[in-house]
Design a protein around this ligand. Structure first.
Ligand code: NDP
Length: 449
């Protein structure tokens, strides 16, 4: 079976890719299993050198990878370049981390007690279509640094950058079988990866619904699982904030990647006393978002990933929204930047839209802001805007969410932990924290008697 990969900005076919089934997935797991003893035995400095070479190759092929990602996902080219830049940084970071993630010696009676960080074996990486290469690198970097071999399953809608990366992995000198990419339907090859007895761990990014199912399917083999799932994050703006700055930044915290971002601050909570002023700034800032051809250097927002997804996004908006932007004419799966006034009980404020739709919600005071922000099954990211430093820290501690920013909407960095509370999942990616999720702690007692 072949799969036709489509450019969402033109609806034209981009490539034909062979679609794998259960047999091909089993072959990939067998290759990863066979490569594991050799890869775990590579000396740390050599493993670091190979990862560094991969990082350099990603830099050298940065423009090519950015164009692949831009065409396959419909991302503006400027954003795609920044994402590929992060992929290279991720491999550089984990190259440097290989020999800095180590065990301890623990004082005990009668001998020496020491711990080791052991690789797990074959690790399955299942990634979504919204940031295909970026999210793959967040998992590949720590998995390889710890000495695991991997099977990577990209989303069927966006397999092209992962396939190209697999070639660069070999060019870097990483041995055959250490990184295996399998393209096929999640419900077939993804599920087989989750249930496969020779796979030690699954790292998944995607919908909460599939994450829930995956946890159940992984239980049969007591597989380790880390989940990075959906979000419905709050951007909390207090009346004492720099309102113009908060409003100028707010659209990009929702409409970046056309809202297809688990970190999207898609509930904008505004203190009632500043509501009207903030709203007028917000509408102006949203009107200024440049929507159009992803290949244009100035474009800030492209189309949605597919026609089916546009259908799902439109179902969240009925009647006259507060603001609806413009889109280019067909073809392309376009959807305009949209602001709606809402209460936190409305569907648009409860469910992950995963499109360029923001719900604006007023609040009376700090207590109500925290209550509304936490009144969601999710807990991934969020922002707090205020000039009152004590309040900023009070609210940051009170919010049930994994990743926060104060007077900023930027909370994802190579060296800092990323992950969710509640139904946004568990386990941390990026930074040194991620290494814990790709290794087992072994405790050894050595008697000196
Ligand atoms: P999914 O959760 O279905 O897909 C994510 C990945 O999981 C894809 O690689 C998919 O494969 C795979 N997959 C699907 N079913 C299974 C399964 N049974 N076992 C193992 N792997 C599986 O997300 P969708 O693409 O369907 O998007 C739906 C919604 O999910 C979005 O609208 C959004 O709300 C949310 N989402 C959140 C993301 C995040 O970053 N947290 C990312 C993507 C989506 P394939 O697609 O090839 O079938």
């Amino acid at each position: 079976m072949t799969l036709t990969v489509v450019n969402p900005a033109t609806e034209e076919p981009l490539a034909q890719v062979e679609q794998a089934g259960v047999g091909e997935m089993d072959d990939a797991v067998a290759r990863a299993k066979a490569a594991f003893p050799g890869w775990r035995a590579v000396a740390p400095a050599d493993r670091a050198r190979l990862l560094r070479r991969l990082a350099t190759l990603v830099e050298e092929h940065g423009e090519e990878l950015a164009r692949i990602e831009s065409q396959n996902v419909g991302k503006p080219i400027a954003g795609a370049r920044a994402e590929v830049g992060m992929v290279a940084q991720v491999f550089h970071f984990y190259a440097g981390a290989v020999d800095k993630h180590h065990g301890e010696t623990i004082p005990v009676a009668g001998g020496v007690d020491m711990t080791f960080r052991e690789p797990m074996g074959v690790v399955g990486l299942i990634v979504p279509w919204n940031f295909p290469l970026n999210i793959a690198s967040w998992k590949l970097g720590p998995a390889l640094a710890c000495g695991n071999t991997v099977v990577l399953k990209p989303a069927e809608l966006t397999p092209l950058s992962a396939l190209r990366l697999a070639e660069l992995v070999l060019e870097a000198g990483i041995p055959d079988g250490v990184v295996n990419v399998v393209v096929g339907p999640g419900s077939v090859v993804g599920q087989r990866l989750v249930e496969h007895p020779d796979v030690a761990k699954i790292a998944f990014t995607g919908s909460t619904e599939v994450g829930r199912r995956l946890m159940r399917d992984a239980a049969g083999t007591i597989k380790r699982v880390t989940l990075e799932l959906g979000g419905k994050s709050a951007n909390v703006v207090f009346a004492d904030a720099d309102l113009e700055r908060a409003a100028a930044a707010a659209p990009y915290a929702v409409f970046d990647n056309a809202g297809q971002d688990c970190c999207a601050r898609s509930r904008i909570l505004v203190e009632r006393s500043a509501y009207d002023r903030f709203l007028s700034f917000l509408v102006e800032a949203t009107r200024a978002v440049r929507v159009g051809d992803p290949a244009d250097e100035r474009t800030e927002m492209g189309p949605l990933i597919s026609a089916a997804h546009r259908e799902a996004v439109s179902s969240f908006v009925d009647g006259d929204p507060l603001f609806r932007g413009e889109t280019p004419p067909a073809p392309g799966f376009w959807y305009p930047c949209t602001l709606v006034e809402a209460s936190n009980d409305d569907r648009v404020a409860r469910e992950e839209v995963f499109g360029p739709v923001a719900a604006v919600i007023p609040f009376a005071d700090e207590e109500e802001a925290v209550r509304i922000a936490n009144d969601t099954p999710y807990g991934l990211s969020g922002s707090i805007w205020t000039r009152d430093g004590a309040r900023a820290l009070r609210v940051a501690r009170a919010l049930d969410t994994g990743v926060l920013s104060i007077n900023s909407n930027s909370s994802v960095r190579v060296s800092t932990p990323f992950g969710g509370f509640k139904e946004s999942g568990f386990g941390r990616e990026l930074g040194m924290h991620a290494l814990d999720a790709y290794s087992e702690v072994k405790n050894v007692f050595y008697s000196t008697d």
